[in-house]
Design a binder for this molecule. Structure first.
Ligand SMILES: [Zn+2]
Ligand SMILES: [Zn+2]
Length: 298
């Protein structure tokens, strides 16, 4: 199977429209080696013919145009078979509305995510006014065949991130990670763009993966505070830091993973600068930092 990073940035992308932090300035003025990134999404396929997107970012249109395997064939037939959602965050779901011209959209999501999309952001309700939407409920722990030997199993990712849309937001299944297995080889990959704590259950899901695409949102938990940009920590936003004690670099060191790749990288994260000391630390840990367009065959 193939996994392709369509967008490696966190919400807002890199650079973010209203941000002039040191990294956003550097990517705009070219003063340091770094590359822009669109907002977080991947595509997965068993045969490079039918593709499954995980998350529909606000940059979905540009992401489809940038990857010819996602271009339409024969009239308006799209190779995008379905969209799988990790949660109902705006940067992961706003792109659903941009698929409204389609003949129909198949969406896989947990019950709490569907509920937020219906009664919170209303994206699902709005999309249904434009095209048929087929809903497939994601149940953590259940294996779901996608055809051609590809299957997924979602797993719960507990979060204490405050809810914006009422109590249903705090249900289990509000955030999930996905484990994709190629049944023809038994090899699997894990997509985990938002994780607050590497619980034992999550570590178990990751262990043995050929590829892990993992949350690289903030370098430090208090990164936004340090830069004077916001009062929220990475933890408050549902993410673990990369480099603080107990952070993801430390967590990953104890796991058996073929290739570990950071994505969902916030525009403030200094590891985006390719000659930074922070990037060197990531390199030394044998972890990669995704660019848009990174493709891995598993
Ligand atoms: Zn996000
Ligand atoms: Zn910035």
């Amino acid at each position: 199977m193939w996994l392709r990073v369509l967008g490696a940035g966190a919400g807002g992308g890199f650079p973010q429209w209203n941000c002039s932090c040191p990294t956003c300035r550097a990517v705009r003025d070219g003063s340091r080696p770094c590359h822009p990134r669109t907002q977080s999404s991947i595509a997965v396929s068993a045969d490079r013919d039918r593709w499954f997107l995980v998350n529909a970012s606000p940059d979905i249109r540009a992401q489809i145009e940038a990857f010819d395997a996602l271009h339409p064939r024969d009239d308006r037939v799209t190779p995008i078979a379905a969209v799988l959602l990790t949660d109902a965050e705006l940067d992961h779901t706003l792109g659903l509305l941009l698929l409204r011209e389609g003949r129909g959209v198949t969406v896989h999501a947990t019950a709490p995510t569907f509920e937020t999309l219906r009664t919170g952001t209303g994206f699902l309700t709005t999309l249904e006014r434009y095209c048929p939407v087929e809903r497939c409920e994601v149940v953590p722990g259940k294996d779901v065949p996608l055809g051609d030997g590809l299957s997924y199993r979602a797993f719960d990712v507990p979060t204490t991130k405050p809810s914006r849309f009422g109590p249903v937001d705090s249900d289990p299944g509000r955030v999930v990670g996905y484990r994709f297995t190629d049944e023809r080889t038994g090899r699997f990959a894990v997509h985990l763009p938002g994780v607050q704590t590497f619980t034992d259950a999550i570590r178990e899901e990751i262990d043995g993966a050929e590829l892990l695409l993992v949350d690289g949102t903030c370098w430090h938990d208090d990164e936004l505070r340090r830069l004077g940009l916001a009062d929220k920590t990475a933890h408050d936003m549902g993410h673990i830091s990369v480099a603080d004690p107990g952070g993801s670099l430390e967590q990953l060191a104890g796991l058996r993973v073929g290739r570990a790749v950071y994505m969902h990288i916030n525009n403030t994260n200094p590891m985006l600068i390719e000659d930074s000391p922070e990037r060197r630390v990531v390199d030394e840990h044998g972890v990669e930092v995704a660019l848009d367009g990174l493709e891995v065959e598993v």
